[in-house]
Design a binder for this molecule. Structure first.
Ligand code: KG4
Ligand code: ZN
Length: 339
């Protein structure tokens, strides 16, 4: 008998619904729908929580209907409902979480509460035959985590950022350079035209340890802008590609060095990379090259499953469901939920 899961993700500025069908040895993503609010938040230079939750409320029901139609299913065909419980914006989490609970009550099927970061962590395995023990680097807008994943539910945190997350640094530097929100993809685009050695930006805590720090790098870019334009501290147009390429290289050097150090420390031969920043092709290539040189295997989800999506939430819900786990309807959302 196949198992069919409907999952909802609404932790930040993407409303997402996915339907997954599992049979032993086979997983199918029947639908993975996303309604992005990036255009709405862009004019404010970042996510406005009130606008985010209102838009989740507006888009969630049509998105559920679309996912069911695309999967050729009715709501009563679903075996369990999963939803993100955190971390994220409280008012945004509530919309998706409460909707999934309501569907669970209406249909009498279980509700499964999912940690968004566990979704990212497992996302590289959405298209792999099975889960395997690995060293994971998760790089998103809110987190930079090195995790030793030994099995489903068996995660050991080895390192994290002491200040800004990698994606946050991209977004803040993008803002400083006058680039549209979110800065990550824009900086990557600009960096293609620039030189990674034009500016010598700092690589914090490179020599030892598994923690990260990106706020000094962000400040170094700010000081460089003040040097280039003492009057207003604005980036001269022709310096933007070099600033982007040099900043990006500093981030990537740190991410690759620490990931390989963590893999050596825990003896893992498989590296996984996930989270929005893992869409970055220069990072993917640098990580692949480093893995090839060190006899390591690298697994990364395709870009559509690396940024926020509901398929990864459904995947965690599915693994919980297969192990007979379900959540209480009284289980609250938690904006600061830890992995
Ligand atoms: O995982 P995600 O979609 O949402 C969170 O859980 O935070 O990650 C969003 C982050 C943003 O900071 C965005 O700028 C960054 O991922 N990002 C990128 C790229 N695409 C998205 N950063 C660098 N290069 C990219 N191509
Ligand atoms: Zn995310």
């Amino acid at each position: 008998m196949p198992t069919t899961i409907l999952a909802i993700e609404s932790s930040c500025d993407e409303t997402a619904v996915a339907i997954l069908r599992h049979e032993p040895g086979q997983l199918e993503i029947l639908a993975s729908e996303i309604s992005s609010q990036i255009d709405i938040h862009r004019e404010f230079g970042g996510v406005v929580p009130e606008l985010a939750s209102r838009n989740h409320s507006l888009h969630l029901r049509p998105l559920i209907e679309l996912a069911l139609a695309n999967a050729g299913l009715k709501i009563h065909d679903i075996d369990a409902f999963g939803a993100t419980a955190g971390p994220g914006l409280a008012s945004s989490l509530l919309v998706g979480n409460t909707t999934a609970k309501s569907l669970s009550v209406a249909t009498g099927k279980p509700f499964i509460s999912v940690n968004h970061m566990e979704g990212h962590l497992l996302s590289p395995f959405l298209e792999a035959p099975e889960l395997k023990s690995n060293l994971a680097l998760i790089v998103s807008g809110g987190h930079t985590l090195l995790i030793h994943m030994r099995d489903f539910g068996d995660y050991k945190l080895l390192g994290s950022t002491r200040d800004d997350a990698a994606g946050e640094a991209y977004d803040k530097v993008g803002k400083m350079l006058g680039l549209p929100y979110p800065g990550g993809p824009e900086i990557e685009k600009q960096a293609h035209q620039g030189s990674a050695t034009a500016f010598d930006f700092p690589r914090a805590m490179m020599k030892e340890g598994l923690d990260f720090s990106f706020s000094g790098l962000k400040t170094a870019v700010l000081y460089q802008l003040e040097k280039l334009d003492p009057e207003q501290g604005r980036a001269p147009k022709d310096a933007i590609p070099d600033l982007c390429a040099s900043f990006q290289q500093a981030v990537i050097d740190v991410l690759v060095t620490k990931t390989l150090r963590a893999a050596a420390q825990c003896g893992e031969k498989l590296i996984t990379l996930s989270g929005g920043v893992s869409c970055n092709k220069t990072l993917r290539n640098a990580m692949q090259e480093a893995c090839d040189q060190n006899g390591l295997e690298l697994l990364i989800a395709p870009p559509a499953l690396s940024t926020d999506n509901a398929a990864m939430i459904g995947f965690v819900a599915l693994h919980s469901h297969l192990r007979g786990k379900k959540s209480s309807l009284h289980e609250d959302i938690n904006p600061n939920l830890k992995l």
